[in-house]
Ligand binder design. Structure first.
Ligand SMILES: *Cc1c(COP(=O)(O)O)cnc(C)c1O
Length: 487
């Protein structure tokens, strides 16, 4: 299958590219993104045939997209699910009550859902680079979860270097330790003095710097990206939505053909986009319910059709992975619904005026697939407290799903919420929800575990003992110098 561009073609890039090209060089004409030319069928027949084992399903999904990647490389990529708690069931679907199920996406090595896609994607990208004898640099600015998962997946890969920038003091202890203790010669982690916006801006100016680009050329290193603008991540995020459906059939919640709701805690909309593609490809999904925190620009967009950055400032919440105002993957939904010309116009309007607006007809099309709500930190704390009493401990991102589940469903259909992080990554917020405040993750972890009986995996406790190998915390101005030294 070939890949086309969300903002149309500029006459300089190829009009269509293969999957491997789309993932190695993910930036498309006019700053757009790559999308598949069409979608395969993931209908009842497909789900029945492949839905039983996760890795078989993942392989069948990749095959259905007819990607130009050798079977050996695909198999190696899917072997990464061996690193999950239960390799045969990397994403357990657990019944919480009546018609409410939770699909746990956090059983990978960094305990957040980023592993679901980044683990196989990293293996695949690295192997492709090696097969072509090419060298890549992946740069990430992270507010917490992308960084650890990106470092972990590319660790020790000879053809890929990774640089990860994080805001000093802007992550949890566990997230920071997951980064600064990653010891491999191809990894560089830098703390940046400032907040996440400063960190992202520092990355942008580095990527625009002529001296930096010249140095990369001199060393024959190409830039790629591991964020969810890369379709190589999205493809793996379609799989678990199909799997959740198959699992609900197996658990007797539904019969084949009956519809379900999915609730997705969203930031850059990669997870939700995977659900949207699954729905479009034939999985019986009634609607995708988008859960946000008080950075509720997605809620506003889905309710009113207006996406407006003006007057908004990023608010720091206890669900930091969703503290996002420019949500990158809605562009792929816009393209799918309204085509390239309209998408380009929307994106230009967003860049120039800070907003774009769907018309009435377009809004009703969007609302055929999505509904949205947001929760405050206080609402999430209450949810965490309620569920902990019933014996289930969830993290702050997952908690935003419950209000969407309670308020947005128009039909009483079985519902899957997605748990995107283990509570251990946000233990201080979870402890606060349960009534105690701590200054350090380590104390919060122990207390919550004692209080609720929830287990802390060995790899989390081990972080506190590991030597810190990336000590550097620098000002924005010093980043380029540090980078050049690393390269
Ligand atoms: C990345 C992340 C999200 C948001 O996912 P998107 O695909 O960017 O919408 C939600 N929760 C957690 C814990 C995350 O790490």
């Amino acid at each position: 299958m070939q890949f086309i561009e969300t903002r149309g073609n500029d006459g300089k890039k190829a009009e269509k590219v293969s999957f491997s090209e789309a993932i190695l060089s993910p930036s498309a004409s006019f700053g757009g993104l790559y999308v598949p030319e069409s979608l395969p069928d993931f209908d009842e027949t497909f789900i029945k045939e492949y839905g039983a084992r996760y890795r078989d399903l993942a392989k069948a999904v990749l095959q259905a997209f007819a990607i130009d990647v050798d079977a050996q490389i695909v198999d190696r990529a899917l072997m990464r699910y061996e690193r999950f708690d239960d390799p045969d069931t990397p994403v357990p679907v657990v019944k919480l009550k009546e018609d409410l199920y939770v699909c746990e996406l956090y059983h990978g090595p960094t305990r957040a859902f980023k592993d679901m896609a980044l683990q196989p994607f990293g293996s695949m990208l690295g192997d492709l680079a090696q097969a072509r004898n090419e060298h890549y640099l992946i740069m990430a600015a992270t507010s917490g979860d992308t960084g650890p998962a990106t470092l972990e997946t590319f660790k020790n890969h000879p053809n890929v270097k990774v640089v990860c920038l994080y805001p000093e003091g802007g992550t949890s202890d566990v997230q920071r330790l997951q980064m600064v203790t990653e010891d491999a010669p191809n990894l560089k982690v830098l703390g940046v003095k400032g907040n996440f916006d400063d960190t992202q801006n520092a990355l942008k100016s580095l990527l625009a710097s002529d001296s930096f680009k010249a140095e990369l050329r001199r060393r024959d290193i190409a830039l790629s990206a591991a964020n969810s603008v890369n379709f190589g991540r999205i493809i793996f995020q379609i799989v678990y939505h199909i799997y959740s459906y198959a699992e609900l059939v197996r658990q007797g919640a539904i019969a084949y053909g009956e519809k379900i709701y999915l609730v997705v805690p969203s930031g850059n909309f990669g997870n939700a986009l995977g659900a949207y593609y699954a729905k479009k490809a034939g999985v019986p999904i009634e609607k995708i319910l988008i859960a946000s925190n008080v950075n509720n620009i997605l809620t506003e967009w889905i309710e009113t059709g207006v996406y407006d950055l003006n007057g908004r400032r990023l608010i720091r919440t206890e669900s930091p992975a969703m503290d996002i105002l420019k949500s990158s993957n809605i562009e792929r939904v816009l393209f799918d619904l309204f085509g390239a010309d309209r998408t380009k116009a929307f994106m230009e309007s967003l860049a120039k005026e800070g907003r774009f607006a769907l018309n009435k007809e377009e809004l009703s099309q969007l609302q055929m697939h999505f509904a949205a709500s947001f929760s405050t930190d206080a609402e999430c704390e209450a949810v965490i407290g309620d569920f902990a009493k019933e014996g289930y401990v969830m993290d702050t991102h997952t908690a935003t799903c419950i209000k969407a589940y309670k308020t947005l469903r128009e039909k009483a259909l079985p519902t899957v919420i997605y748990s995107t992080a283990e509570w251990t990554k946000f233990s201080r917020a979870v402890a606060k929800a349960l009534g105690r405040q701590f200054s350090f993750d380590k104390d919060a972890l122990q207390w919550v575990s004692q209080e609720t009986g929830a287990k802390v995996p060995e790899m989390i406790y081990a972080l506190f003992e590991k030597p810190i190998v990336h000590q550097a915390v620098v000002t924005k101005e010093k980043i380029e110098e540090e980078m050049l030294r690393f390269l």
